[in-house]
Structures are given as structure tokens and as C-alpha cells.
Design a protein around this ligand. Structure first.
Ligand SMILES: [Ca+2]
Ligand SMILES: [Ca+2]
Ligand SMILES: [Ca+2]
Length: 299
């Protein structure tokens, strides 16, 4: 039976007696928005589900910062509730992520930086900072990188975004026979000339090895093809695709930045079925200051 753990009393009372296969972690104002998803998970996947708020977790669990408190709660659920699946209900301005250290000194140009990763919430061994310098995921932190629990994130910042994501998920699951589910679009463009890196070579490999027979033939747009690639990509997307795999550069609202035959990038905002980002309807929560890394000793 679903239950909602809004406070620490309930959180502790739920303790080891109750098992929850699936736990939704979200913020107070999103709880009711995620309720239809939790109900669907219970009735369709056979997983017992509960919702726990970040506010309750921050108040109850130890940790040097919010990501560590969230992770310590997930460790608790994994060990005491038999939890196998965790949904993080919110973008990183709602539920913070951890940034892991990347030392790629051997490539050109050398890179030493951090990358955001939710693997931190999934790989539950240790604390990801064995040497205690507030730099996470270094070699000396002995992170095994193998997930112990399934973790997904619905990156919503506003209540209306949650409604849209949950609605799209439920709609997606409601009609497994929809014709578009057999459509796949592969686009491959040249991301480097010297040395050459031709995206279509990789896409052709994907096409031959991984595209299931039920989805063939794939719609393909490659740099070596004639015609206007931009309109070909937009037409294919507007026709409805189940999967779209692109080999090229891009960002949150553009794709195919290096297609040499198309003067203009594909603006995702031009998609007929795209729904524009909602206007802010509420103030974002304040970010918590990240602990300052101690002096780094690498090498
Ligand atoms: Ca460290
Ligand atoms: Ca692990
Ligand atoms: Ca270190």
C-alpha cells in the first residue's frame, strides 16, 4: 500500500517493518503532482511505492551537505526497506546532484574538472570521498562505480513541469501499440575533419547491430546524403519518432551543430509537438552552499 512519509516520525516509524520497492524522493510542493505516477507504479509494475520529501530527509539524516543527506537516506531505504528503485523527483535546483571529479590529464587538451552525476545516489559503497577533502569520486576515494539501486530522475523545476512529465510518461505507457513506437531516427554528421570523425559511420554500425527488426527501416539523415538535412530532420521528428539517436554536437535546444550541408542548426523549439518550457510560476528554492574542497593533492 502506498504511503506518504511527510515527517521524520513517519519516516522512522516506517523503519524496517515496511518494505518499499520504489521510493519517490521529491520536494513538499511536488508531492501531489507525483501521486498519479506512484499509483501507476504500484498497480502496473507490482512495486510497493512510497514518497519521502527532501525536507524530511534534510531534517533527519546526517551529511555534510544536502546531496550527502539524500544519499544517506537512500542507503537507509536500501538497507532497511528493501528498496530497489529510487525516483528523484526534481531537477538539480530542487534535488541537488553530486559533482564527481574527472582527471583526464592524458588527453589534449588536458581536462581536470567535475561532472554532475546521479551515480552518486546509485552506487552506495563508502561516501565517495574516502580521503575527506570534499572532492568526490577521485581515484583515491575508491569508488567502485557499480550501481546498487536503480536511480532515475525527472528533472522538473516547476509544478507544471512535473505535471507535463508525469502526464507524458503515463500517456506513453498507456498505448503500447501506437504506430510511432516503431519509428527510429538516426542522424550522423561530421564532428571533426582532421582527424576525421564521421558520425554516420557510427550510426550505420548502430543500425546494423542494435536497431530491432520491428523498427526497421530506420529513418536516416547523414552528412553524405543529398538534400536539406535540417528540413529532413525536422520532418522526421514531426512525423513522430520513438527514438532519435544523433551523432553530432548539440545542447539543450539545438542539435546538429556541425552538419556541413545545413547552414542552420536544428532548433528544437521548431518542433510541432514540442512544448515550450513553462514560465516560472514559483520561486526556486535556495541552493545550499557546497562545502569548500580542501587542498587537492593529485598525482
Ligand atoms: Ca576526495
Ligand atoms: Ca557499488
Ligand atoms: Ca583527494
Amino acid at each position: 500500500m502506498r504511503r506518504l512519509c511527510l515527517g521524520i516520525a513517519l519516516l522512522v516509524a516506517a523503519g524496517s517493518a515496511q518494505q518499499y520497492d520504489h521510493v519517490t524522493v521529491t520536494t513538499d510542493s511536488f508531492v501531489s503532482r507525483f501521486a498519479p505516477l506512484g499509483a501507476w507504479i504500484e498497480s502496473n509494475l507490482g512495486l510497493s511505492d512510497t514518497t519521502v520529501t527532501a525536507e524530511a530527509i534534510y531534517a533527519a539524516f546526517p551529511g555534510r551537505d544536502r546531496p550527502e543527506k539524500l544519499r544517506n537516506f537512500i542507503k537507509h531505504a536500501y538497507s532497511n526497506w528493501g528498496t530497489t528503485h529510487v525516483l528523484l523527483g526534481g531537477d538539480d535546483d530542487i534535488l541537488p546532484c553530486r559533482k564527481g571529479w574527472v582527471d583526464a590529464s592524458s588527453i589534449l587538451p588536458p581536462i581536470k574538472d567535475t561532472v554532475p552525476t546521479d551515480l552518486y545516489f546509485s552506487d552506495l559503497g563508502g561516501d565517495w570521498d574516502r580521503d575527506g577533502d570534499n572532492v568526490f569520486g577521485e581515484v583515491e576515494d575508491s569508488v567502485d562505480l557499480y550501481p546498487d539501486v536503480h536511480v532515475a530522475r525527472m528533472p522538473a523545476t516547476y509544478r507544471s513541469s512535473v505535471d507535463r512529465m508525469v502526464g507524458k510518461f503515463l500517456s506513453y505507457c498507456a498505448d503500447p501499440s501506437a504506430a510511432y513506437l516503431r519509428n527510429i531516427l538516426l542522424t550522423g554528421f561530421d564532428i571533426a575533419i582532421s582527424p576525421p570523425v564521421y558520425g554516420e559511420v557510427t550510426m550505420a554500425l548502430y543500425d546494423s547491430l542494435y536497431v530491432p527488426a520491428s523498427m526497421k527501416p530506420a529513418t536516416r539523415v547523414y552528412d553524405s546524403h543529398s538534400g536539406n538535412h535540417r528540413s529532413a530532420v525536422l520532418d522526421a521528428l514531426n512525423a513522430g519518432q520513438h527514438m532519435y539517436i544523433q551523432w553530432d554536437h548539440g545542447n539543450t535546444d539545438e542539435s546538429a551543430r556541425h552538419d556541413k550541408k545545413v547552414e542552420l542548426v536544428t532548433r528544437m523549439m521548431e518542433l510541432k509537438k514540442q512544448q515550450a518550457c513553462p514560465r516560472p510560476e514559483e520561486a526556486k528554492p535556495q541552493r545550499e552552499a557546497t562545502p569548500r574542497p580542501r587542498a587537492r593533492h593529485h598525482g
